[in-house]
Ligand binder design. Structure first.
Ligand SMILES: Cc1ncc(COP(=O)(O)O)c(C=O)c1O
Length: 375
C-alpha cells in the first residue's frame, strides 16, 4: 500500500498520460488514479491468467462475483440485495445508454443535472432523445440539485427518466436522506424513472456523509436502476466491468432486452477483479480513503489560497470542481496548461470557467500542481 510513489504509465497507452505526451504538463484529468491496485487483485488476475483458458462465462452464473457484490453492498451500504437483481454491464456508460433505450421512446426527454460527466450529458442525443437540463445550486458552500427546476422538468409527461449522478461528478456532493426522499417523491408523482449512476459511491470523503443507494430506498425499490462498479475505488476501470442493480423484475427485463445482441458479457478478468476487490481488499480500501482525504484537505487549503480559484470542499469522489472565473482569463483550462497543469476542461461538463482536478495521485504530485499554478 504505497500511495506516495508515482508509477510510470507513459508507455502504457494510458488515456490520461497520452494527452500530454512529450509535454511538461501534469495530467490531472481522466478519473482514474495513479495508485497501483491492491495486491490481492493483481494476484487473483495472475492466478486466473495462469490457468490459460479464457472461454465463455455467463456472469449471472459466476456465483463468487455475485456473492461478493451482495456482501460488499451489505457491509458498505447496509443494503440487502438478491443476486438475481444484478445485471453485469461492461461499464457504467454503456449501462446508462442502455437505460435510455430501455425506458424511452423516440421523442421522449431525459432529465440531467448540469454540470455533469460528459458521457452522461451526451447520452440522450446518442439515443435520439431530448435532454432537459436542471441546474446545480450553491447552498451553504455545498453544491446541490435545483429541486424546483427538477420538479418543473419532471412534470413534463415527455420526461421519462432522470439520470442522476450520486455522488455527483464533477461537484462532489452526496445526496442527503432528505434530498433523496425529495427526488423519490418527485420521480414517483410524475412517473419519472430514476437511473442512478453511483460509480463514485465508495469514495465518500466526508466522514459525516453517508451514501444512500437509490434502490435501497423503499420509495425507489421498484422505480430505479442503480449503477455501480469497483472500478473507480480500486483503479480497475480498464477492465470494463460494472453492474446494475434492478430489484423490479419488469424493469430488469426491459433493461436486459435493450442490451440484447449488442451488450457483451463482462470479461472473466473483470469478474475476478471485482470479486477480489469486494472480498479481500478492505485494508487497502481503508488506507486509500485516508490518503485521499489527506489529498482533498491539502488541495482544498492550498488552491483556495491562490488568487482566482475557489473550491468548495467536495463530499465525495477524488475530483475537485474548481471555480477559476476569478482568474479573469478567457479559458482557465488553457491558462493552467500553460502553467504545466492539465485538468479536465470545465467546458466538457458545462461551464468553461471551471476546471476539474483529479486528486487521486501521490501527494507530492499535488504539491507540484499547486507550485506550478502559483507562479
Ligand atoms: C459519473 C461517472 N459515470 C461513469 C463513468 C465511467 O464508467 P465506465 O468506465 O464504467 O463506463 C465515470 C468515469 O469517470 C463517471 O465519473
Amino acid at each position: 500500500m504505497d500511495f506516495d510513489s508515482l508509477i510510470d504509465r507513459k508507455d502504457t497507452y494510458s488515456l490520461k498520460w497520452q494527452k500530454y505526451a512529450g509535454k511538461d504538463i501534469l495530467p490531472m484529468w481522466v478519473a482514474d488514479t495513479e495508485f497501483k491496485c491492491a495486491q490481492p487483485i493483481i494476484d487473483a488476475i495472475k492466478s486466473r491468467s495462469d490457468h490459460g483458458i479464457f472461454g465463455y462465462h455467463l456472469p449471472s452464473n459466476f456465483a463468487p462475483a455475485n456473492q461478493a457484490v451482495q456482501g460488499w453492498l451489505k457491509r458498505q451500504h447496509d443494503w440487502d440485495i438478491d443476486p438475481d437483481w444484478l445485471v453485469w454491464t461492461p461499464g457504467v456508460v454503456p449501462a446508462f445508454n442502455m437505460a435510455c433505450k430501455a425506458y424511452c421512446e423516440p421523442g421522449d426527454k431525459v432529465i440531467l443535472q448540469t454540470p455533469n460527466y460528459p458521457p452522461l450529458l451526451a447520452a440522450p442525443k446518442i439515443n435520439g432523445l431530448e435532454r432537459v437540463d436542471v441546474p446545480t445550486l450553491r447552498i451553504d458552500d455545498r453544491w446541490t440539485l435545483d429541486f424546483d427546476a427538477f420538479e418543473l422538468a419532471a412534470k413534463d409527461p415527455k420526461c421519462k427518466i432522470f439520470i442522476v449522478c450520486n455522488p455527483m461528478n464533477p461537484v462532489g456532493s452526496v445526496f442527503s436522506q432528505e434530498e433523496l426522499d425529495k427526488v423519490a417523491s418527485i420521480c414517483r408523482e410524475n412517473d419519472v424513472l430514476l437511473i442512478s449512476d453511483e460509480i463514485h459511491c465508495d469514495l465518500v470523503m466526508d466522514e459525516d456523509a453517508v451514501h444512500l443507494p437509490a434502490g435501497k430506498q423503499s420509495a425507489l425499490k421498484d422505480h430505479s436502476v442503480t449503477l455501480m462498479a469497483a472500478s473507480k475505488t480500486f483503479n480497475i476501470a480498464g477492465l470494463g466491468t460494472s453492474f446494475a442493480i434492478i430489484p423490479d423484475p419488469q424493469l430488469r427485463a426491459k433493461f436486459n432486452k435493450a442490451g440484447m445482441g449488442i451488450m457483451p458479457w463482462v470479461t472473466i478478468l473483470g469478474l475476478v477483479a471485482t470479486q477480489t476487490a469486494f472480498t479481500e481488499c478492505d485494508e487497502w480500501y481503508g488506507s486509500l480513503l485516508t490518503y485521499l482525504r489527506g489529498n482533498r484537505q491539502y488541495l482544498y487549503e492550498q488552491i483556495n489560497k491562490l488568487e482566482g480559484y475557489e473550491l468548495l470542499l467536495p463530499q465525495a469522489t477524488f475530483l475537485a470542481w474548481i471555480d477559476a472565473s476569478g482568474l479573469g482569463v478567457k479559458l482557465p483550462q488553457t491558462y493552467c496548461e500553460e502553467k504545466g497543469v492539465g485538468p479536465s476542461p470545465g467546458a466538457d461538463f458545462g461551464n468553461d470557467q471551471f476546471i476539474r482536478i483529479n486528486y487521486g495521485c501521490p501527494r507530492y504530485y499535488l504539491e507540484e500542481t499547486i507550485k506550478r499554478l502559483s507562479v
